[in-house]
Design a protein around this ligand. Structure first.
Ligand code: SF4
Length: 313
């Protein structure tokens, strides 16, 4: 029998402001995990720093809270140590696209089989609402002394340029549609991005629920086909996908922009280089015998330092 989404909730008190878009995203994550019937023992949610990072406390799993900007490399390490786990990252646009931007790019180049969910509210909510990387220029939210004079980064285009093989954008209060996107992202073999637009009612008084509802529409309304099966099809479709990703203003598209089935995940590349990796990944190898670590740091120190120093006399 399928699991109930209630099985993925924890007892922790959810500490977000009333009306925060994070609630919708959390709800969609719980329901997506239940419908995919993922065993919480095989789930790792890695959170960044920020309001969104608290998701790790609210979803049942073997979760980790990373240093600022380091959710992606930590999640990559978890996945490569044990490729049987489902690994989901929950971070804000400030964490993943500001201090963590280099890692955001690197994971796409590798196509590691993990899902990156960006809680995209365009502000640093936890630290009182400063401009985050996705705040468009010219916008003045209430914490800013004047309109933003930096240009925004486009998470979808950055993901496309970095090699992500699944790219979607959802809206936090459209929980049913968002749940389907998260399910598709987790089921995808390779690095998947779900950029979730979300109001921050406490600090972003411009991009409100009403602001989004007046603008968002779904790609399905235009019979959009995100699936790419061959490199030729990829080259043909990429300009159209990029143009659609640039659309922002009176109309903001939501949905799955790209599902690239031409590239193998990093884990399969590793298996080719190290036959047996998938059957015997690092997490299943012994690290000690009779209580003694197999990697003896004293032996290494003796070999690399002590012998060299002795030889120099
Ligand atoms: Fe949500 Fe903004 Fe409050 Fe953070 S500060 S919990 S993003 S409403």
């Amino acid at each position: 029998m399928a699991r109930s989404f209630l099985e993925y909730k924890t007892d922790a008190w959810v500490q977000w402001c009333p009306g925060c878009g994070d609630f919708g995203i959390l709800n969609a994550i719980h329901r997506a995990l239940a419908e995919l019937d993922i065993d919480p023992r095989n789930l790792v949610v890695v959170g960044g720093i920020g309001c969104s990072g608290r998701t790790t406390f609210y979803v049942k799993g073997s979760n980790l809270h990373a240093l600022h900007g380091r959710a992606i490399p930590l999640a990559t390490g978890v996945k490569l140590a044990n490729p049987r786990l489902k690994v989901v990252i929950a971070g804000g646009d400030g964490d993943l696209l500001g201090i963590g931007a280099g890692h955001f790019v690197a994971v796409g180049r590798r196509n590691v089989d993990i899902t990156v969910i960006v809680f995209d509210n365009a502000v640093y909510g936890l630290t009182k609402g400063q401009a985050a990387p996705t705040l468009p220029s010219g916008v003045k939210t209430k914490a800013l002394p004047g309109p933003n004079i930096q240009d925004a980064v486009n998470p979808l285009l950055l993901a496309l340029a970095s090699g992500y093989t699944f790219i979607a954008r959802g809206y936090a209060y459209h929980t049913a549609q968002l749940k389907e996107m998260i399910k598709a992202a987790i089921s995808h073999r390779g690095t998947a991005l779900v950029d979730v637009l979300q109001p921050c009612p406490t600090y972003n008084n411009v991009m409100t629920n009403q602001w989004y509802e007046e603008r968002v529409y779904y790609l399905e309304e235009e019979e959009w086909d995100p699936v790419v099966k061959t490199p030729e099809e990829y080259r043909r479709k990429v300009p159209l996908i990029a143009a659609k990703m640039l659309e922002w203003g009176d109309r903001i598209p939501l949905g799955v922009f790209l599902k690239d089935e031409t590239k193998e995940p990093f884990e399969e590349r590793l298996e080719r280089q190290m036959p047996g990796y998938m059957d015997n990944p690092p997490s299943s190898r012994p690290i000690s015998v009779d209580g003694y670590p197999l990697a003896d740091p004293w032996k290494v120190f003796e070999e690399k330092v002590v012998k060299k120093v002795e030889a120099s006399y």
